[in-house]
Design a protein. Structure first.
Length: 279
């Protein structure tokens, strides 16, 4: 089987604690108040990787990443080649299911080998935050053994070649897509603390997927789960600029009455508390 990731460049944005003066920088349609290329500060900084959803973008989680970085985390935001907003050519393929966890491993390899950062990073393991198919990515890295489903081009029932990463010590799953772990014991080797947040009005990730996690991991008591009232599948994204909020762009939309901007600070605090206490 060909291995598209070997030729792919994995775009990664890194947010981290720094003491330099910040200014507003523009990244496509988004603005972030950052100190570009500033020297990192801090020691034993915990590492977090955020895996975006199908056809998505790493910067749609920018507010959560900024919040974590301001409190001492080093946050890597990869954009998965072949399954992002600009190139979704590998969507619904076994290659995409194999590549996504590998992307995160390669990002971690590069980060821990970087002479600027390596001495400042915690050796206590890393956390992976995954939204939608990013939740699949996180579970595969933590020891899940996936199998293709009915929507992959190659057909269902094929084993997906993934390698667990022992550095992964905690997971945060937002409305995870977990249908690739339907066989018995597919998640039996996943034995890390998990914060599992789902949306009451999610039209994309079925409750059945979440049941795979609750029933399938080695120790269900390590799973903290909560349903966000009135939230939709995309409510975990940062609010989009006004120019991008329109009915024909579903990621910008929420169920009627749900205030995404008001939800963000509570989401950030819950994730930060979980990551701090699960280390």
């Amino acid at each position: 089987m060909s291995d598209p990731v070997q030729q792919a460049v994995i775009p990664v944005r890194l947010l981290y604690p720094a003491g330099a003066a910040e200014r507003v920088e523009r990244f496509g349609p988004y603005e972030l108040n950052v100190a570009m290329d500033a020297p990192p500060e801090g020691n034993a900084c915990p590492v977090v990787v955020i895996s975006h959803g199908r056809g998505g973008s790493s910067l749609t989680y920018r507010d959560l990443a900024m919040s974590l970085a301001r409190t001492g985390f080093v946050v890597a935001l990869p954009e998965h080649p072949g399954n992002n907003r600009l190139d979704n050519s590998l969507d619904r393929t076994i290659a995409n299911l194999e590549n996504r966890p590998r992307h995160v491993r390669l990002v971690l390899d590069a980060l821990f080998a970087d002479p600027i950062f390596t001495a400042r990073l915690s050796s206590g393991g890393v956390a992976v935050i995954g939204h939608s198919i990013g939740g699949y990515t996180a579970l595969a890295l933590a020891g899940g053994r996936p199998t293709t489903g009915p929507y992959e081009r190659e057909g269902p029932g094929l084993p997906v070649r993934v390698v667990a990463d022992p550095r992964v010590r905690a997971l945060v799953l937002f409305a995870p897509a977990c249908g690739w772990f339907w066989p018995d014991r597919a998640l039996a080797d996943v034995d890390v603390p998990i914060l599992l947040l789902t949306a009451e009005k999610d039209a994309f990730a079925a409750d059945l997927h979440v049941d795979f996690v609750r029933r399938g991991v080695r120790d269900p008591d390590k799973v903290e789960s909560r349903v966000i009232p009135n939230a939709g599948h995309f409510s975990f994204h940062s609010p989009f600029p006004l120019s991008m909020r329109r009915a024909d762009f579903p990621p910008s939309q929420d169920p009627e009455g749900f205030d995404r901007a008001a939800f963000q600070p509570a989401l950030h605090a819950e994730v930060m508390s979980f990551l701090t206490n699960s280390g």
